[in-house]
Every structure is written in structure tokens, then in C-alpha cells.
Design a protein around this ligand. Structure first.
Ligand code: HEM
Length: 143
């Protein structure tokens, strides 16, 4: 049977039980690189928190190869594409992944080396999808 990333869904569920999880992610992420905080200067964080909460869930399904989240992931990729509403330089994705790992580490009492590697791998999949679509549909480059 294919890998459904049940372990990550459960780890994420434990994180979300803490209502400050997504807030703390943004605290860590905005401090992680000087280019990042200015990108969120006009953001309504009450909406953004919910968008990211759903986005991470879609990212886990995407890593599991689910077709159901394909459009959601493509839409997120296009928001962050070169010509999107919030273009994200591909070089910034490692900061997003490391910030998420830091906050999962602080929040999930069951985090261990194996789960850490699983999170890093799964979020790498979604970030690579974003990077491949960065130049526009069909213009992907290998990473
Ligand atoms: C370095 C990495 C990233 C940066 C700098 C970044 C930055 C941003 C910014 C500035 C916005 C717009 C906020 C606003 O409306 O004012 C945004 C929206 C969003 N981001 Fe990211 N992002 C990154 C990675 C990701 C990843 C990996 C995901 C998903 C797993 C994601 C999911 C979303 C979603 C769902 C939205 C809302 C889109 C919408 O309003 O239609 N982002 N991001």
C-alpha cells in the first residue's frame, strides 16, 4: 500500500491542538530571513493563519501523492510564482521548512529524528512543486 503520511497527519493534529502553533510559526518564519517580514507587511494574519493551516494539510496530502489536493497545491504555487500575487524566490523555501520544523519540534511531544526527517521530506515535495511552477506552468526547472 502506498504511504499515506498518516504519521505526519497525526503529528500535525497534535500541533494544531495548541492554538498558538500557527502564530508561533509566523514569529519564527518572519525572523528567519531579512527578506521575509517585509513580504507580510500588509497581511491580515487572521486570514493568513487559516490559509496556512489548510495549506500545510494540503501539502501533506500532496506528498502522499493525492490527486484531490492537486488544484489547491497548484493554486498555492501560482500565488507564489514569479508572476503571482506573492512571488517567492526559490532560495527562500529552506527558511520556510526549517521554521516549520522548529515549531513542530517545540509543539509535538512525540517529535523524534524519524518524524523530523519525514516532515522535512514531505515539505520538500511541496516546495519543489512550487519551485518547478515558479517560472510559469510548463516552464519548470529540475531541482
Ligand atoms: C519562503 C516561503 C514562503 C513565503 C515567503 C511565503 C509568503 C507568503 C505571502 C507574503 C503571502 C501573502 C499574504 C497576504 O495575502 O498578504 C502568502 C500567502 C499564502 N501562502 Fe505562502 N509563503 C511561503 C511558502 C508557503 C508554503 C510552503 C505554503 C504551503 C504549504 C504557503 C501557503 C500559502 C497560502 C495558502 C497563502 C494564501 C494564498 C491566498 O490568499 O490565496 N506558503 N505566502
Amino acid at each position: 500500500m502506498s504511504d499515506q503520511y498518516e504519521d505526519l497527519q497525526q503529528s500535525y493534529g497534535r500541533c494544531l491542538r495548541d492554538k498558538e502553533f500557527i502564530n508561533r510559526f509566523y514569529d519564527v518564519f518572519l525572523e528567519s530571513h531579512p527578506s521575509i517580514a517585509p513580504m507580510f507587511a500588509h497581511t491580515d494574519f487572521s486570514k493568513q493563519r487559516m490559509a496556512l493551516r489548510r495549506g500545510i494539510s494540503a501539502a501533506i496530502f500532496h506528498a502522499a501523492g493525492s490527486a484531490l489536493t492537486r488544484r489547491t497545491v497548484e493554486q498555492m504555487a501560482d500565488v507564489h510564482g514569479r508572476n503571482g500575487r506573492c512571488p517567492v524566490d526559490p532560495g527562500l523555501y529552506p527558511y520556510w521548512i526549517e521554521s516549520l520544523l522548529t515549531v513542530v519540534e517545540q509543539t509535538d511531544p512525540e517529535m523524534d529524528d524519524r518524524l523530523r526527517a519525514r516532515w522535512r521530506q514531505a515539505m520538500g515535495v511541496v516546495c519543489n512543486t512550487f519551485i518547478q511552477r515558479y517560472e510559469g506552468v510548463g516552464a519548470g526547472r529540475a531541482v
